[in-house]
Design a protein around this ligand. Structure first.
Ligand code: NAD
Length: 437
């Protein structure tokens, strides 16, 4: 099937590459000429494990190509995906749909025959209906079918998630749209992946409800971690103890510095705004947002406490700045709250991240970016682990001790055990566990 993918960001590029791997002929379109220029040269603008090889293979097979010419891609396509950004609107929590609406107008203008227009971007309830209106008004001569097909992939495991999803959700408004979606996801049908066909509205809400539920789970265990610290319990044991209950499940029960990334924070704000606008406020979702925002800031205080609340003239080594490992995505990363707070308290920052430094350097001022983890720790008063990259899990603790002025580690991801840190002779502060002094 011929497919046009509008927006070649994380979701568009991964989805486009995966659909081409399924055997479809995909053209990815982006308004950013530098992005398309790099892709045409085989240079992948984002870090995502396995993506480079997948793109190269399908480009060579003639099934995947890139262009800035939307009309040329949309003209022959049977299915057109909208995978543009839906950031929070400035000054409010609502999703900014201007890119989605623009894409719909562009698609309408470029369409000559029947088209299925699929929204892959995360969009508030009612957007599919609005897209249908825009298409019909802009080009009444064409038969448009509108689909909501939200994406659940995780950055860092995006290809695996796309190829082997727990489920695919399709909100459809016609039998033709259903057939096209079946055909697009054929390899997954054959794999017996559950495909949930529903209405546009339910599909749009499924995406937000899923993200908000997951964010609630994280926030729940984060607050439990705070309580554990006060009462002498160990949050790892609590998480395991509750997670073995199948009704709860053991995933997303890992405490940390608060969630970030390009999706959870903005999706929570957007769902809260939708609910407010419809007179059905979601108090749990509001609380998750508030708790998470204040948590990120509180993490700087935790690091300060490990240095006896005296950061003036001190140097803190920061390991990891991205919001999670295996990505270079810095959007709403806890490091963006933590690092400036440490600097305001007088600390100098030496930092290292395997993939995030280029992006982080644009967002964080006054940081000394280092060659590797050990370089960052050289002469620092303490080290703080903000992101659980694998290479930080097996640091040579003797070497770390020699490099630091004082053996102080703040581990905001609980990647070391209390026993090993005690044996190694560190002052060790983690999340929801007792402190080693
Ligand atoms: P992104 O910012 O990485 O990519 C969006 C791309 O769209 C950009 O390259 C931009 O230049 C391009 N674009 C904007 N307007 C355009 C237009 N009119 N024509 C062509 N290209 C245009 O964003 P993303 O992370 O890929 O997210 C896209 C959507 O998918 C969002 O709604 C997001 O919430 C959702 N989503 C993201 C993830 C994720 O992990 N990143 C996961 C699931 C869902």
């Amino acid at each position: 099937m011929k497919v046009a993918m509008i927006g070649a960001g994380y979701v568009g590029l991964v989805s486009g590459a995966c659909f081409s791997e399924f055997g479809h002929e995909v053209i990815c379109v982006d308004v950013d000429p530098s992005k398309i220029g790099r892709l045409e040269k085989g240079d992948i603008p984002i870090f995502e494990p396995g993506l480079e090889q997948l793109v190269e293979k399908n480009v060579q097979a003639g099934r995947l190509s890139f262009t800035t010419d939307l009309a040329a891609a949309v003209g022959p396509a049977e299915a057109v995906f909208i995978a543009v950004g839906t950031p929070s609107r400035r000054g409010g929590g609502e999703a900014d749909l201007s890119y989605v609406h623009q894409a719909a107008r562009d698609i309408a203008a470029a369409s000559g025959g029947r088209k299925v227009v699929v929204t892959k971007s995360t969009v508030p309830v009612g957007t599919g209906a609005a897209v249908r209106r825009i298409l019909a008004e802009a080009n009444p001569a064409v038969e448009f079918h509108v689909v909501s097909n939200p994406e659940f992939l995780r950055e860092g495991a995006a290809i695996e998630d796309f190829m082997r999803p727990n489920r695919v959700v399709c909100g459809v408004d016609s039998e033709h749209a259903r057939q096209i979606m079946r055909e697009l996801y054929r390899p997954l049908f054959l794999n017996e992946t559950p495909i949930v066909f529903t209405t546009l509205e339910s599909s749009e809400l499924i995406k937000y409800a899923a993200n908000c539920f997951l964010a609630t789970k994280i926030t729940f265990i984060n607050e439990m971690a705070d309580l554990c610290e006060k009462v002498g319990a160990d949050v790892q044991a609590v998480a395991r103890g509750i997670g073995l209950d199948k009704r709860i499940g053991n995933l997303f029960l890992h405490p940390g510095p608060g969630f970030g990334g390009s999706c959870f924070p903005k999706d929570i704000r957007a769902l809260a705004a939708t609910a407010e606008n419809h007179g059905a406020p979601l108090r749990i979702v509001d609380a998750v947002n508030d708790v998470n925002e204040s948590r990120k800031k509180a993490m700087a205080d935790k690091i300060a406490r490990a240095l006896d609340d005296d950061l003036a003239g001190r140097t803190v080594a920061i390991l990891g700045v991205t919001f999670k490992p295996n990505t270079d995505d810095m959007r709403e990363s806890p490091s963006l709250a933590i690092v400036p707070a440490l600097q305001r308290a007088g600390a100098a920052i030496r930092a290292y991240d395997p993939e995030g430094m280029e992006e982080a350097a644009k967002l964080l001022d006054g940081v000394t970016w280092c060659e590797d983890a050990y370089d960052a720790m050289e002469g620092a008063d303490a080290v703080a682990i903000l992101t659980e990259w694998n290479i930080f899990r097996a640091l040579d603790l003797d070497r770390v001790k020699k490099l630091l002025k004082r053996p102080v580690m703040v581990d905001l991801r609980n990647i070391y055990t209390l026993d090993e840190m005690r044996a190694a002779g560190f002052r060790y502060v983690s999340i929801g566990r007792s402190e080693i002094r």
